[in-house]
Ligand binder design. Structure first.
Ligand code: HEM
Length: 209
């Protein structure tokens, strides 16, 4: 086994660790469709599991490794990717690198520097302060869509010897479209399209000079 294929294997293992957290994290965000309380309550109970030094440490190491190996893969096959899912893989991966850096940085900053509870209000306050919504709406929308896009392309690649081209396309597009629909619904809810979200003043103040 050469170094690149070991790196690919590790990238996949690390993706499973991060993916397990993100799957529950996005289920948590989906609960906003039922209301703010449902979202906050679930996050508070889920925190008992992930806010432990072991789980957070493991997540942090995997994210750093994923960013490093992801950037390496993007550079290694630059301009050599063909076909829809190969392109989705590199575009979504590139966006996730950017998103992880900003998102994790913001969560750590909110906790350590601002001393805030980094809950739903912290995440979505920017969507309720003019003109920050022009950043936050696409920023979150593309993050969730990129996560699903990356899974769709991984599925398309991993099934290359097991399924026909038609079946791989069918499932790949289904995962991608489901992700886009889900992302639209939760980001629209966060932005207050379906019901009003009253953001506490301490979160709004983080956007004021
Ligand atoms: C609508 C989109 C999203 C929103 C509103 C959001 C919001 C949040 C919030 C509020 C936290 C802090 C949790 C806490 O303090 O307990 C958090 C943490 C985190 N999010 Fe997201 N997130 C979104 C999408 C994503 C996506 C797409 C990913 C990964 C692909 C992701 C990965 C993470 C990770 C790794 C953490 C750190 C967990 C920790 O505290 O140890 N998030 N997010």
């Amino acid at each position: 086994m050469n170094q690149t294929s070991i790196l690919h294997k590790l990238h996949r293992v690390s993706a499973c660790v991060i993916g397990a957290y993100v799957a529950v994290h996005l289920f948590n965000h989906g609960l906003v469709l039922r209301g703010v309380e449902a979202h906050i309550q679930f996050m508070e109970s889920f925190r008992h599991i992930y806010r432990t030094p072991f789980v957070e440490g493991l997540l942090f190491v995997c994210i750093i490794f994923q960013i490093g190996s992801g950037v390496y893969f993007i550079k290694k096959r630059w301009r050599q990717r063909h076909g829809f899912f190969e392109r989705v893989q590199v575009i979504s991966g590139g966006y996730l690198v950017f998103f992880f850096l900003v998102h994790i940085g913001a969560v750590l900053f909110g906790r350590a520097v601002l001393g805030l509870d980094t809950n739903l209000y912290y995440a979505v306050a920017g969507m309720h302060v003019p003109y920050f919504q022009y950043f936050f709406v696409p920023y979150y929308f593309f993050a969730v869509a990129a996560f699903f896009g990356h899974i769709a392309s991984a599925f398309y690649w991993l099934m290359r010897n097991r399924l026909s081209e038609v079946a791989r396309n069918y499932f790949g597009y289904t995962i991608l479209v489901a992700g886009i629909v889900f992302s639209t619904l939760i980001v629209a809810t966060f932005a207050g399209v379906f019901y009003d979200i009253k953001i506490p003043q301490e979160y709004i103040e983080t956007y004021q000079p």
